[in-house]
Design a protein around this ligand. Structure first.
Ligand code: GLU
Length: 568
């Protein structure tokens, strides 16, 4: 029987799941599905200070939303309490709960003199790093030989603070990468790295190697930024007599401007915009921001280009300054109204392609998650950088939404609204909701656009007396004409008040009859009505616009327009 393929996604729960992490998860999921294997999720929370239960919950929810179901791993509903799907008995899936196992491995390495305690304080190490920099060298800790083993062990037993370092073999280590080929790491690139920190917790390097073995992981797909870690992991595996999984390092993701995409991009764009706003109007900008953001945190963030604000604070800045910051987390794209299958399709192309041509000889770029799971292979993952082309993502989204039938679109849009804009649903009762969704579908590139404050659907999502009248539209369509648009409104009101049924076709016919009676084109009557009802010159088809609002709203709005837009 061939070996069970096991892939894994191993996030460190220090923040939201960003699109780079989601791409890694996706490729691991797709490979496991393609090969009939298992996909597991492991929470790498050995950095106790930076890990949080909220981050775990968010990451699991994002994975589930993307449709990346895991066979082994933490339970979605009770992220931090129980474990789910662990049929192979390989849990727990939180590294913080696996400490005893790491301690045993570290003890065995020390016992075999393959690891040793080291006592330099962080300050001493900084000094050594500075010296190396001054000598224009890279600092490599290679001092195992200078220790007297027994003395060192005794000092450790006596409770002196120390780390444990792995004794790196003095030889070149070659890594076989399924995407990049063979990569050799010379001795001068390798060091005696730390496997247990001063706080007693294992480092990522040790924990990842122990867990990949214990969990039967056969394939490690991860970003190229981890490539330099791999010889360390391979050396540990060899020292411990473990299997060496297949390694595949995924292409780096770049922004279209050529910069490396980073989870800090949103902060970077936000910082630039805030600085600009402060330069233009210091007092005004401060007044707007200080109400919601702690001024000390804000100033620290403005000054430090590495600092990151919480998602909530960034969202406040976006809202208060009317900005649109580039999405980076899966949640950003969900909020922006992308369907999970669209995001999955787009993320898959960040390094992979199905390698098929369509009838016109163009690369096939659109596929469902199911098709991806059927076709995925490491052979078709590229070595080169991947480009995060937001325009392409938007185009995919528009194409997908446009291809949905009205009911599908409505269901997806309502699901989005329940999470992000529940008040919008409150404005659309009964049949108005389906009409609204159908009218918005051809005008929407994302599920967020129907509720956008300046979008074509905005008229239906405000109270009858809260929308404003665009003075230009009023001037053009209400003031002008013989009779003027305004003069036509009372008659239209009367016709509409008694119209049965109050449905798009009947409405259009009734308005058309008024136009004919005055020997006017339809537009000359429809436009004043549209301006009265929506405040603007553009809205969905007239019959739809009125039917979405419903008779009562229509009459109230005409009355309000007649009262408020009196001849200037
Ligand atoms: N916890 C690591 C990270 O989030 C996982 C790296 C790996 O896949 O080995 O980057």
């Amino acid at each position: 029987m061939s070996e069970l393929v096991v892939t894994r996604f191993a996030p460190s729960p220090t923040g939201h799941l960003h699109v780079g992490g989601a791409r890694t998860a996706l490729f691991n999921w797709a490979l496991a599905r393609q090969l009939g294997g298992r996909f597991l999720v492991r929470i790498e929370d050995t950095d106790q200070a930076r890990s949080s239960a909220d981050a775990v919950g968010g990451i699991l929810e994002d994975l589930a939303w993307l449709g990346l179901d895991w066979d082994d791993g933490p339970d979605l509903e009770t992220a931090n309490a129980t474990l789910g799907g662990d049929e192979r008995g390989i849990g727990p899936f939180y590294q913080s709960e696996r400490k005893a196992g790491y301690d045993a491995v570290i003890a065995s390495l020390i016992e075999r003199d393959l690891a040793y305690p080291a006592f330099e304080s962080p300050e001493e190490l900084d000094g050594l790093r500075r010296e190396a920099r001054a000598a224009k060298q890279n600092f490599r800790y290679r001092r195992a030989r200078e220790f007297d083993r027994e003395t060192a062990l005794q000092r450790a037993r006596d409770g002196e603070p120390h780390v444990v370092r792995f004794r790196m073999p003095e030889e070149e280590i070659a890594v076989e990468d399924r995407i990049l080929g063979q990569i050799a790491f010379g001795e001068d690139q390798l060091d005696d790295f730390v496997i247990r920190k001063r706080d007693g917790f294992p480092t990522y390097h040790l924990a990842v190697v122990v867990d990949d073995e214990a969990m039967g992981v056969t394939h490690v797909l991860r970003g190229q930024e981890h490539l330099g870690n791999t010889p360390r992991h391979v050396a540990l595996q060899r020292a411990l007599g473990y299997r060496e999984p297949v390694y595949a390092h995924l292409p780096v993701i770049f922004n279209p401007d050529g910069s490396k995409m980073s989870k800090r991009d949103k902060d970077k764009a936000g910082r630039l915009a805030v600085r600009e706003a402060l330069t233009l109007d210091e007092a005004g900008t401060r007044a707007r921001l200080d109400g919601e953001l702690d001024p000390a945190i804000l100033d620290g963030w403005i000054a430090d280009k590495k600092a990151q604000l919480s998602g909530t604070d960034l969202a406040s800045i976006e809202r208060l300054l009317g900005l649109e910051l580039p999405g980076i987390d899966v949640e950003d794209f969900r909020h922006a109204g992308y369907l999970p299958e669209v995001l999955v399709n787009f993320l898959a192309l960040l390094g992979w392609s199905p390698g098929q041509k369509d009838a016109e000889g163009k690369d096939v770029e659109r596929f469902t998650p199911g098709e991806l799971a059927k076709q995925f292979s490491l052979e078709r993952v590229g070595k080169g950088n991947a480009k995060f082309d937001r325009a392409k993502l938007l185009a995919f989204s528009q194409e997908t939404l446009g291809g949905q039938d009205d009911a599908e679109f409505q269901a997806d849009w309502e699901t989005w609204c329940e999470r992000y804009a529940p008040e919008a649903l409150g404005h659309l009762q009964g049949s108005a909701r389906a009409r609204f969704a159908a009218a918005m579908k051809p005008r929407s590139r994302t599920l967020a656009e129907p509720t956008s404050a300046d979008g074509p659907g905005a008229f239906a999502l405000v109270g009858d007396d809260t929308y404003g009248f665009d003075p230009k539209a009023v001037g053009k369509f209400l003031d002008k004409g013989e009779p003027s648009g305004r003069q036509l409104l009372p008659e239209l009101r009367q016709v509409l008040a008694g119209l049965e049924p109050f449905e798009p076709e009947a409405i259009e016919a009734a308005v058309g009859a008024v136009a004919e009676a005055h020997c006017l084109g339809m537009g000359k009557v429809a436009q004043p009505l549209r301006v009265a009802l929506t405040g603007r010159a553009a809205s969905p088809a007239l019959g739809d616009t009125l039917a979405i609002l419903g008779r009562e709203s229509v009459l109230r709005r005409i009355d309000r327009c007649l009262a408020e837009c009196s001849t200037s």
